[in-house]
Design a protein around this ligand. Structure first.
Ligand SMILES: [Zn+2]
Length: 168
């Protein structure tokens, strides 16, 4: 299988949220771990994060262009959530039926780590899901402003869960 892995943000002015931790740092580390683990299993995995963009829309568009040009089988955008310090848990967005199936598989593996299951949600409003041609998911791994989630979060365990969900 060929995966397009999109580490969210990390392309100013497309910058992520700042809570107890910085979203950009976590998505980059997690995305790199997921790519390495998929390759170690014999899959193809490309990074879809652009090196530069002038606007957020251009940053998002380039991620889709990379995935579409490479004709990846599955597009995976990695993000962390941010709300009011009280919300916690994991949610995964998808649009298509195939995407939704993959989203459930990934979500089920992540909640095994102890994160609260916020469900698979419709990603009709999400640019990178709307503008990629293949089954696509957007993972909100957990909340960076939740002490509960940040205490539980471990990049290695989260990467393993995502890879297991994508490949099983
Ligand atoms: Zn984000």
């Amino acid at each position: 299988m060929k995966f397009g892995i999109d580490s969210g943000h990390n392309c100013p002015p497309d910058s992520g949220a700042r809570g107890i931790q910085i979203e950009d740092d976590l998505t980059l580390e997690l995305g790199n771990r997921v790519i390495a683990k998929l390759k170690a299993l014999g899959h193809e995995a490309i990074s879809c994060k652009p090196s530069k963009a002038n606007t957020v829309k251009e940053s998002l568009g380039k991620r889709c262009d990379t995935a579409n040009a490479a004709n990846v089988d599955v597009f995976v955008s990695i993000h962390f959530n941010f709300f009011n310090g009280q919300a916690y848990g994991t949610e995964v967005f998808a649009i298509s039926e195939k995407g939704s199936k993959i989203a459930h598989s990934v979500l089920n593996e992540i909640v095994k780590l102890g994160f609260f299951n916020r469900g698979v949600k419709s990603g009709n409003h999400l640019f990178v899901l709307k503008n990629t041609k293949m089954p696509a998911i957007l993972i909100e791994a957990c909340f960076i402003d939740s002490q509960k989630d940040m205490n539980l979060y471990n990049a290695e365990a989260m990467a393993n869960a995502i890879v297991k969900g994508l490949t099983s």
